[in-house]
Structure formats: structure tokens, C-alpha cells
Design a protein around this ligand. Structure first.
Ligand SMILES: CC(C)(COP(=O)(O)OP(=O)(O)OC[C@H]1O[C@@H](n2cnc3c(N)ncnc32)[C@H](O)[C@@H]1OP(=O)(O)O)[C@@H](O)C(=O)NCCC(=O)NCCS
Length: 184
């Protein structure tokens, strides 16, 4: 299996099949899919070129009043469309795809990354360093989701030290989770 950056049309069939099952093709397309800053990653079988897992990261502000801390330039990012083929789940491919997405953010200068995770996938994002924000809410038609977020550092200089108060109103500010740099 190889994990690499691919054009959006490579991730769309699996995204549609897994995350928008039985719905219109257009429901699987995100507005920022073709944004030049967006990145799409796929785990692809080297045996027969089957796309086994996919994910995307897109420049998109979260729906809470937030921006990246001053130390981190650039846009805020949404990880989205994580999907693995039914027979290929639990083997680490989603983790590798997510690592690719976070490495893309690093290469773009780092920044705040967020997602709305299906509850089954929360531990996947937690292992990558993201943390839950607030309580799960129901996304109409898609079931309960948990907002997750983290700060991706800008480069190999490592995680930003100290508490950067960027979350929510002053009264409920918390230390932001810092996504660890890639081990590879
Ligand atoms: C979520 C998903 C993309 C992860 O890909 P993956 O290759 O299975 O991921 P990994 O093997 O690297 O990690 C497994 C993690 O995936 C998540 N997961 C979700 N559904 C899963 C399933 N049916 N089988 C195994 N893991 C699943 C869990 O968080 C699991 O973490 P855990 O081992 O701590 O329980 C994939 O399981 C999938 O497509 N699930 C259905 C669609 C979905 O829920 N997408 C998430 C949208 S936010």
C-alpha cells in the first residue's frame, strides 16, 4: 500500500460510497475540493491500484469564533471525508491518510485543524493529537458528530511551547491541543 496526495476525483468514489451512501453524487462534493490549498490523500493498493482509504484537508474556518494563534500563520483547516473500504478498516490505513493530511498542513505553515468526527472515529483523531471540543451534536441525516481540533506546528522545530489561549470565550479558554509532528 502506498499513501500519497491525489486529485479530488480519486477520493470521491470512496467518499461517496462510505460517507454519502445512497445519496446523490453531488452530496459528496465539498465546496473547497478544488481549492489549490486543499489536499486529498489516498491509500492505494500496489497490487491492483484499488483505492483503500481516503481523506481530505481543506481551508475552512470552524463554526466557532476562532483563528489560529499568532505564532501559526495561514488559514484554518478542516479534515474531512475520511473513509476506508469496508474490508480494509482497522488496519492503520486511516491513520496513515490522516498523517498525510496533517503533514500537508505542516508544509503549508501549520495552523488550527478541526473536524466533525463520527463518534466511531473519535479515537482515530485522538491518536493523531486532536481533542474533543464541547459535546457531540447531531448532524441532520448523518447522526452524532464530535467536533475535534488541534494545532499543527509549522515545521520540524517541533510543537509550540506554552499555553496559547485561543479557544472560545475568555472564561472557557483552554490550552490548545498540539498535534505532534510526524514520526517519519
Ligand atoms: C474511520 C475510518 C476512515 C478509519 O480508517 P481505518 O483505516 O479503519 O483507520 P485505522 O485502522 O487507522 O484506525 C482505526 C480507527 O478507525 C475508527 N473506526 C471507525 N469505524 C471503524 C471500523 N468499522 N473498523 C475499525 N476502525 C474503525 C476507530 O476510531 C478506530 O480506532 P480504534 O482502533 O481506537 O477503535 C474507517 O474506519 C471508515 O471508513 N469508517 C466508516 C466511515 C467513517 O466513520 N468515517 C469517519 C468520518 S469522521
Amino acid at each position: 500500500v502506498t499513501v500519497r496526495r491525489v486529485p479530488p476525483d480519486v477520493v470521491l468514489p470512496l467518499r461517496h460510497a462510505v460517507l454519502r451512501t445512497g445519496r446523490r453524487w453531488a452530496d459528496a462534493i465539498y465546496a473547497a475540493d478544488s481549492d489549490p490549498l486543499s489536499a486529498h490523500f489516498a491509500a492505494i493498493s500496489q497490487l491492483d491500484a484499488t483505492v483503500l482509504a481516503v481523506g481530505s484537508v481543506l481551508p475552512e474556518a470552524p463554526d466557532w469564533d476562532e483563528s489560529s494563534p499568532q505564532e501559526v500563520a495561514g488559514p484554518t483547516w478542516r479534515a474531512r471525508g475520511m473513509a476506508a473500504r469496508a474490508g480494509s478498516r482497522g488496519a492503520g490505513l486511516g491513520t496513515l491518510v490522516l498523517r498525510g493530511l496533517l503533514d500537508h498542513v505542516t508544509s503549508q505553515g501549520g495552523g488550527l485543524v478541526w473536524c466533525t468526527a463520527r463518534l466511531l472515529a473519535v479515537s482515530l483523531y485522538e491518536r493523531a493529537g486532536l481533542r474533543a471540543r464541547g459535546e457531540p451534536t447531531v448532524v441532520p441525516g448523518l447522526g452524532p458528530h464530535q467536533v475535534m481540533w488541534g494545532i499543527v506546528p509549522t515545521s520540524s522545530v517541533g510543537p509550540i511551547g506554552g499555553a496559547v489561549p485561543i479557544c472560545g470565550s475568555p472564561s472557557d479558554r483552554t490550552e490548545p491541543p498540539t498535534v505532534p509532528a510526524s514520526q517519519e
